[in-house]
Ligand binder design. Structure first.
Ligand SMILES: C[S@@+](CC[C@H](N)C(=O)[O-])C[C@H]1O[C@@H](n2cnc3c(N)ncnc32)[C@H](O)[C@@H]1O
Length: 449
């Protein structure tokens, strides 16, 4: 094909690699990769295509070349894979939220397992032959949170929606099939004419529903000076069903109207969540998730590192003599303090600082368990280094990013820890996101898992 193209003026993307691929071509992907695209090869070059599946044949068209990889878009499905299903959402393919609606939910989960194993092997150098236990819940209406973007159309009407993939272009939506019913009811309401003026300075609305999907906290971002912000907040409280708390974000601070925080119950614990605090976004699997991270553990001391509002800290407080929770965000740390007090868990100590700073000051610990639940970037090597010097008997590493999990597990397994089990929580069906729990123990101790 490249011979036919000589002399033609090609777009920049097609000259970026060593050969030239610019015309549509037949493509048979080999596997799905982290990110949700299908990977295959064409003329020896790696090709990534969204909304394609292994085992099928498609006609695809290249759109750009980056780092030697051809990124193409599907034009026609010539032979569909048996696992292909009709995506139920009318925005699928345009909205950047979901990547896998064209694949049946059961097959999504088995691909995620495969991707996790492959990532552990490639980045972590861990050829995990054991089981990857899967925890799956309902594949729709599972999100308790959303970040709605707000924009104005040429006629002045306000529209709400989500960004398109890799872009800041808005895809307006009437409903989102992965959000809880309550959040969808609010989206529907916000599309009404009467919101156009009050929402005029607003660029983003973050919604968080409680465990029963009855009460909702809104956090609004944008240019909503003084009285405008207050008027909008009061209107939301009065007219949007279920909204119990509205925060207007001003820099790092929040001006809150209605209730100061949301209470979210998981198992027997009630967690306070204030605007600006982190909370898990998937609602159905939370009790099972918390149980798996904390169950069968007890002893003198546990560390909950990257603790957030204390999702794991409170149950650990019931099982261990002492728990130290470390959380850098002061709002989350305050919520954790309030929830621990409300449950009369006086054995919980909260360190409101970066994990690295806290561990560096700790001369020694006899921790039976350290729970790690870092953001997507994983744990920096300085922190891991101190942690292994402190030698907790077990580490439960919770991760939302297989690549950084694999990198950190490599560090730990090469320095005295053994990987005992790995579990996948399919928190985010229809998307490429993978949440998992890796349990490790010190290699000098007998395997008791
Ligand atoms: C993925 S969340 C997990 C929170 C909690 N374990 C949960 O499941 O709800 C990560 C948390 O780590 C906090 N964090 C991020 N970097 C940190 C650091 N270097 N030191 C302390 N906390 C940090 C964030 O504020 C956030 O609350």
């Amino acid at each position: 094909m490249s011979g036919q193209l000589q002399g033609l003026s090609l777009p920049a993307w097609s000259r970026a690699g060593s050969g030239r691929i610019s015309l549509p071509f037949d493509f048979s992907p080999e596997k799905l990769v982290y990110g949700g695209e299908a990977l295959g090869y064409y003329q020896g070059r790696p090709v990534l295509v969204p909304r394609a599946l292994p085992g099928e044949r498609l006609e695809v068209e290249p759109v750009r070349v980056a780092k030697g990889v051809v990124h193409a878009r599907p034009l026609r499905i010539l032979e569909p894979a048996p696992q292909r299903v009709v995506p139920p959402c009318p925005y699928f393919g345009r909205c950047g939220g979901c990547q896998l609606q064209h694949l049946s939910s059961a097959h999504q989960a088995s691909w995620k397992k495969e991707i996790l194993r492959e990532t552990l092997r490639r980045i972590g150098k861990i050829p995990w032959e054991g089981e990857v236990e899967l925890h799956a819940g309902p594949p729709w209406n599972y999100r308790n949170q959303a970040r709605l973007k707000v924009a104005r159309q040429a006629d002045g009407r306000v529209v709400v929606g989500f960004f398109e993939a890799d872009s800041h272009r808005l895809c307006p939506v009437d409903a989102c099939l992965i959000l809880s019913p309550r959040l969808n009811a609010i989206i529907k309401d916000l599309r009404r004419e009467e919101w156009s003026v009050p929402l005029s300075g607003c660029l983003e609305i973050e919604l968080l529903a409680n465990d029963g999907d009855e009460r909702v906290m809104l956090t609004m971002r944008g240019k909503m000076e003084g009285q405008n912000g207050e008027t909008l907040a009061r209107m939301c409280l009065a007219r949007l069903p279920g909204v119990s708390s509205v925060a207007i974000e001003r820099g790092q601070a929040h001006q809150v109207f209605g209730e100061p925080a949301l209470i979210y119950q998981v198992g027997e614990f009630r967690y306070r969540i204030s605007p600006g605090s982190f909370f898990q976004a998937s609602r159905f699997l939370l009790p099972e998730f918390v149980a798996r991270v904390t169950e069968r553990q007890s002893g003198d001391m546990a560390l909950d590192l990257f603790a957030g509002v204390g999702l794991f800290t409170l149950p650990l407080g019931q099982r261990f003599t002492q728990v130290i929770a470390v959380e850098g965000n002061s709002k989350s740390a305050s919520d954790l303090t309030a929830s621990a007090q409300a449950h009369a868990l006086e054995n919980i100590r909260i360190a409101r600082e970066p994990v690295f700073d806290f561990l560096r000051r700790l001369a020694q610990t006899d921790a039976g368990l350290a729970v790690l639940d870092p953001p997507r970037a994983g744990v920096d090597v300085g922190t891991l280094k101190i942690l292994i010097r402190l030698r907790p008997r077990r580490i439960h590493y919770v991760s939302c990013s297989p690549p950084t999990l694999a990198r950190d597990l490599r560090y730990l397994t090469e320095r005295g820890y053994r990987l005992d089990s790995i579990e996948l929580f399919d928190f985010f069906p229809q998307t490429y996101h993978i949440e998992c729990l890796a349990r490790l123990s010190r290699s000098d101790l007998p395997n008791s898992s």
